[in-house]
Design a protein around this ligand. Structure first.
Ligand code: Q0N
Length: 287
């Protein structure tokens, strides 16, 4: 961590520092959250897996939309980023009906103004991916909003642009992942504007923290799907009778090791690279 860097923000598991007027440093920790609670035990290299995956996707989607990535640092968990003016919108794309999308559908038959067919089940594949924006909640969960509300927040033209770009990004990555045995159920993007008002993809992209990864060979609609990365930890937590309020439980060594192995497996399957090669030289993910 640069001693001189000013801390400008933090998420549950990542920190953001100011490098200079134009650049930020985004640092992914090894912390893990489950049931919305950050656990006291870290998963070694989780931050490196997420940073490497995000950089891999940024490198492969720059023809669809430019992104904020400037450089990967040798530690594998820190990225230098262009400083943007962030849009006040969480740009979610869903290819499958689950999570808050499933909840909204169960209650109303629609998700963010997309009226869906009757009789859909939890985790069903949607006839086509849908753009389901949300607003960033300061605390608690993001709130799903309809397209009219989203267009009010960023303007109609910008709304049309983020919808089109988000669907294109999802289409590219979900096809790529499906070929490698991983279903990308849904994903969240955060966009910003550069100094001349061009749309730029920020934050992280197609990581297990910003997306739902499901193992394709276990996919069975009609029930919630096991998560590729977090199921290990969730299953353990469920054995404890923990009430899912802070503080979360410590994880035993075998759960930590199993969880780390799942993150590394996701990295290796999606990128086709050895994770050790990434640790030796993070730039390998840039292709
Ligand atoms: C920014 N957030 C929200 C990192 C992500 N490139 C950027 N320029 C200006 N601001 C931001 C970015 C980015 N990315 C994004 N906050 C500021 C999410 N954060 C939470 C903490 O970790």
């Amino acid at each position: 961590m640069p001693e001189t860097a000013t801390h400008v923000g933090s998420g549950k598991v990542r920190e953001l520092y100011e490098l200079d007027d134009d650049r930020l440093l985004l640092v992914a920790s090894d912390r893990i959250s489950t049931f919305d609670v950050v656990l006291p035990t870290e998963i070694p290299d989780k931050g490196r897996v997420l940073t490497g995956l995000s950089a891999f996707w940024f490198a492969r989607t720059r023809e669809i939309v430019p992104n904020h990535l400037l450089a990967l640092r040798a530690d594998g968990r820190s990225t230098e980023c262009r400083r943007l003016e962030m849009l006040p919108l969480e740009c979610v794309v869903r290819g499958y009906l689950t999570g808050s999308g499933w909840k909204d559908y169960e209650a109303t038959g629609a998700v963010c103004g997309h009226q869906l067919a009757e009789g859909l089940r939890d985790s069903d594949k949607l006839p086509e991916p849908i753009f389901t924006p949300a607003t960033k909640a300061q605390e608690g969960h993001d709130e799903n909003i309809d397209r009219a509300r989203a267009a009010e927040l960023v303007g109609q033209e910008r709304f049309d642009e983020v919808e089109r770009v988000s669907l294109e990004l999802y289409g590219f990555a979900s096809a790529y992942a499906a070929e490698r045995g991983i279903l990308l159920a849904d994903t969240k993007f955060e966009f910003g504007l550069d100094e001349v008002g061009r749309l730029v993809l920020g934050d992280e992209a197609f990581t297990p923290d910003s997306s739902r990864f499901w193992p394709a060979d276990e996919y069975e609609p009609g029930r919630p799907q096991p998560s590729f990365d977090k199921q290990f930890v969730r299953d353990y937590c469920e054995t404890l009778g923990w009430d899912k309020t802070p503080p979360g439980p410590d994880l035993p060594d075998e759960v930590v090791a199993g969880s780390r192995a799942r993150y590394v497996e996701a990295f290796e399957r999606l990128t086709g690279l050895d994770f050790d090669a990434y640790l030796a030289d993070p730039d390998v993910v840039l292709g």
